[in-house]
Design a binder for this molecule. Structure first.
Ligand code: FAD
Length: 408
């Protein structure tokens, strides 16, 4: 499937590159954090190698932090619950919060760092009035499905296949060893793309080229009894901004997440244009050769809508999902710009407190956020070491990337 999509992309004018430049309009076989056929998480790459070797590293799993203890404007430690018991740990130097774009704003607000009116409405004493939980940004996805010929897509049968299981157990290769996403593409869709292409043709320059506004994930659908290819459309830089707020002052309560998807109507338009382009990809010869045919029945609420644009608007309305890429809720920036942490990732107005995770990103990046979160962790560690007079040369853990596909 990935190969057919790459061929289709080339026919539609996309480049087959690693897509790491600004220009976009490219397609590639998916890169993943997989080492020797096994997912290589941040924990595997960074924590496991040192967890038993460092006497000053103590990890408590399944503990839930309820708040940072802040006294006289300084973070003194954290309060946490473990096996039903609430305890405190004090910090000799500083506290680093890294609970993600949902967890970090929750902990800060429970600690008295957040929007004054909101905290006061819950009876939480305000220690630093900051726009914590504002600026929530997330990628959405809307997926279209196409039936393709047997063996083009990986289907549930393949995963039940004994050979596939033995292949994986023996050599860590085959269907079990890949991320599930066969190809990725970044494209500039809509009016501005046409203008950029014109300037490129006239002046031979990419100076005026806008970055890609749509990302595609192309995968097989596992778990249905057909051979189905799925292409998900994601607006890369959504303009809609949501919020995270506390539901109550009880740390056990889940926060209120208002994603506000399509709050800015331009995001809907980009998704619509993106879906149209994804359909064009499936009308090309490489996909037609493998029998690609739109399957509306996997969108039961829209399957009877006959006009194509109406159908696309219907699936945007009823089948938009998250890409799980929340960022921005503890935004880095000056106080006057609505920042919560400064460029050293220190919380404004509180000493000895940093936040180092995806929540500090002021805006979404145009791709999946895991590599960005790892980069923020690397940079944050670097900043802390520099602040403590330690050499900041970084030795990156390497997750080898073995190419498993070629265009043949
Ligand atoms: C289902 C899913 C699929 C994804 N797939 C991809 C993908 O394919 N590619 C990609 O690039 N990105 C993907 N992402 C996004 C990526 O995982 C995130 O961007 C990245 O993990 C963010 O890192 P983080 O350190 O900011 O937060 P997290 O990785 O969320 O880490 C925060 C940690 O803090 C813990 N925590 C939270 N609150 C507390 C508390 N009160 N006390 C103690 N611990 C707490 C959480 O349990 C978690 O372990 C996916 C995300 C999800 C949810």
């Amino acid at each position: 499937l990935g190969d057919q999509l790459v061929r289709a992309g080339l026919l539609k004018g996309l480049r087959y590159t690693d897509c790491s430049d600004y220009e976009g309009n490219c397609i590639l076989h998916t890169m993943s954090t997989i080492r020797d056929g096994v997912r290589c998480s941040a924990s595997t790459a960074y924590l496991k190698p040192v967890s038993t070797k460092r006497p000053n590293l103590h990890i408590i799993t399944d503990a839930e932090v309820s708040r940072v203890i802040i006294e006289n404007g300084r973070a003194k430690g954290v309060e946490y619950t473990y096996e039903g018991k609430t305890s405190q740990i004090s910090a000799t130097r500083e506290v680093v919060v890294a609970a993600g774009a949902v967890g970090s704003p929750k902990i800060l607000m429970l600690s008295g760092v957040g929007p004054k009116n909101h905290l006061e409405s819950l009876g939480i004493k305000v220690l630093s009035d900051l726009p914590v939980g504002d600026n929530l940004q997330d990628h959405t996805r809307v997926t279209m499905f196409y039936e393709v010929s047997k063996d083009t897509a990986t289907n549930v049968g393949t995963f039940a296949d004994r050979y596939a299981q033995e292949q994986y157990l023996g050599t860590q290769t085959g269907p079990y060893s890949y991320s599930g996403i066969e190809a990725l593409a970044w494209v500039r869709v809509g009016e501005r793309n046409r203008r950029s292409s014109l300037s490129q043709k006239l002046f031979g320059t990419f100076q005026n080229v806008e970055p890609p506004n749509v990302q595609y994930h192309i995968a097989s659908v596992v778990g249905v009894q057909q051979y189905i290819a799925a292409i998900s459309t994601t607006g890369t830089r959504p303009k809609s901004i949501g919020t995270i707020r506390l539901n109550s002052s009880n740390p056990r309560g889940d926060p209120l997440i208002d994603v506000n998807y399509y709050g800015d109507k331009r995001d809907w338009q980009v998704t619509l244009e993106g879906l149209k382009f994804s359909h064009e990809l499936f009308q090309t010869k490489p996909l037609k050769t493998v029998g690609a045919k739109l399957v509306k029945s996997l969108h039961p609420r829209c399957s009877k809508v006959s006009d194509f644009t109406d159908y696309l608007n219907c699936i945007i309305k009823y089948y938009t999902l998250t890409m799980y890429h929340p960022v921005g809720t503890v935004k880095m920036g000056s106080k006057s710009q609505g920042g919560v942490v400064n460029r050293k990732l220190k919380v404004h107005g509180v000493n000895g407190l940093r936040v180092i995770d995806a929540s500090i990103a002021p805006t979404l990046i145009s791709m999946n956020t895991n590599a960005m979160a790892i980069m923020i962790g690397e940079k944050g560690a670097d900043i802390i070491k520099a602040d403590n007079g330690i050499n900041t040369e970084i030795k990156m853990p390497i997750c080898n990337r073995r190419r498993r596909f070629s265009l043949g």
